[in-house]
Ligand binder design. Structure first.
Ligand code: HSE
Length: 321
């Protein structure tokens, strides 16, 4: 990589500010293998190169003091460090400000949005040495740090935009899928804490063959539905017999939230990532607005605070601000 080093002298580099999107992992039936990105919410990273080697976090806002500042513990700095090691530029100094613009532990890929913003920023500052797809393994390191397992179904869509399939983890095989036009996501985050680490530990590690058959039929159906722009097929396929029965217990009023979504015109409904956020896919923004309004009212009746996000599927991944 020494040729790359000489091509990108530090003096030519500067400062960059990047937004990276939240993501809905699993998309109900595709545990660890499907995800999509939304336009909002998301996180912002400001990054500056310096002449003092090492990656440091100088400021974090919007996290209520919950995220570590220590370089080796923070997913942003740790993944940037992995990246610099890979491109043989450990001589570079990096200062990072992380601005959390989305709830932590919400099931919306919060750590992933921060990590991806950081990796996109450093890759830009270093002259775009890697493609978005090549950044996925570095972002997975951040997920490993955040929840103990380097799953890619948040970081890959956050980096690539749109719907993404992780066809295989070993070797890593990441496939971008098409997004049907006008598709919207109606997301509601009930403000109860469900750390991904805990939500992963509660899942059964063995499945019945008949359930596996149901599940892979639905994954194939969902992927086909995206290609065919067939909303009915997408909706029929958004069923999860493996994970949702266990995890939904942690989400207050889950069955009623589903009923409200489906009664008001959702294509399909389920848990976003490991929860507690839930999401519905819709054919237009008006339907999505109506669903979140009804669901938030229901949660209010249960005396649970919530936040709502209505967004088109994000097509571009991270962007420079
Ligand atoms: N696939 C992961 C899980 C996503 O369900 O644990 C976490 O956001």
């Amino acid at each position: 990589m020494s040729d790359r080093k000489s091509k990108f002298p530090l003096g030519d580099l500067g400062v960059v500010k990047v937004f990276a999107p939240a993501t809905v992992a699993n998309v109900v039936c595709g545990f660890d293998v499907l995800g999509f990105a939304v336009n909002e919410p998301g996180d912002v990273v400001e990054m500056k190169l310096t002449n003092t080697p090492g990656v440091i976090i100088t400021k974090i806002t919007g996290d209520d003091g919950r995220l570590p500042m220590a370089s080796e513990k923070n997913t942003v700095s740790a993944s940037v460090q992995h990246y610099l090691k890979h491109i043989n530029r450990l001589d570079v100094g990096v200062e990072i400000e992380l601005h959390k613009k989305m709830p932590i532990g919400s099931g919306l890929g919060s750590s992933s949005a921060s990590t991806v913003a950081g990796l996109f920023a450093i890759n830009n500052l270093m002259g775009k040495l890697l493609t978005a797809k090549e950044l996925v393994p570095f972002a997975m390191k951040g997920e490993e740090l955040a929840c103990g397992y380097g799953h890619a179904d948040n970081v890959a869509p956050a980096l690539l935009g749109g719907f993404v399939l992780i066809r295989s983890y070993d070797p890593l095989d990441v496939i971008s899928l098409p997004t049907p036009p006008n598709m919207f996501a109606a997301i509601v985050y009930p403000e109860v804490d469900v750390p991904t680490k805990d939500a992963r530990q509660m899942i059964k590690s063995k499945v019945l063959l008949k359930d596996a058959v149901t599940q892979w039929g639905n994954v194939a159906g969902l992927v086909s539905g995206l290609f065919m722009q067939d909303f009915e097929l997408i909706g029929r396929s958004m069923k999860d017999v493996l994970i949702e029965p266990t995890r939904s217990i942690l989400i207050p009023g889950f069955d009623d939230l589903r009923k409200l979504a489906m009664d008001h015109g959702a294509i399909g409904f389920g848990i976003s990532g490991s929860g507690p956020s839930v999401f519905a896919l819709t054919k237009d923004k008006e339907t999505a607005d109506k669903i979140v309004q009804q669901q938030q009212q229901h949660l209010k009746n249960l005396e649970i605070n919530s936040k709502a996000f209505v967004s088109a599927v994000n097509a571009e991944g991270p962007r420079i601000l």
